[in-house]
Design a binder for this molecule. Structure first.
Ligand code: ZN
Length: 150
């Protein structure tokens, strides 16, 4: 096992044990529910968008280590960023998780690259993607709850 993958595992474990920004947001002006029926992960993502930027974010819910860590790291990553930047990051993350060749450069994703290792376990990819899909739904004001079954 490489030093990098050990570092990434420690990072995921830390975020699972101490999820950041895990609380409902009273002042949220966007919100979406996400559910991954394959694993039972269930999260609500609250966002306060002001002047096109993520002013505040909160996540509520429960899931496995991968989905919880992904939601926590996503919240840290997007806080303070513009909605455009966040949508770009969402696309990059999704592309990384779908990339079986693993030959792309994910430099912009930084620590989020920790989840690249999850691709070895295809059923867990949905766990890693759930929070991002839910955030995307909240930002695009989709009314219906998000399910990774779609
Ligand atoms: Zn899961």
């Amino acid at each position: 096992m490489s030093d990098l993958s050990e570092l990434y595992q420690a990072l995921i474990l830390d975020h699972k044990q101490h999820p950041r920004h895990f609380s409902a947001l009273a002042n949220a002006n966007r919100k979406a529910d996400g559910y991954n029926p394959f694993c039972g992960d269930r999260f609500t993502v609250y966002v306060d968008v002001e002047n096109g930027e993520i002013e505040d974010i909160g996540v509520e819910g429960e899931g496995c280590a991968i989905s919880t860590a992904s939601a926590s790291m996503m919240a840290e990553e997007v806080l303070g960023k513009s909605v455009e930047e966040v949508e770009e990051r969402f696309e990059q993350f999704r592309r990384m998780m779908a990339d079986t060749a693993d030959d792309a450069d994910y430099g912009a994703l930084g620590d989020l690259e920790a989840f690249a290792g999850v691709r070895r376990f295809p059923t867990r990819i949905k766990c890693a993607n759930l929070a991002w899909h839910t955030l995307h739904a909240a930002l695009t004001n989709q009314e219906t709850a998000v399910s990774t079954e779609d």
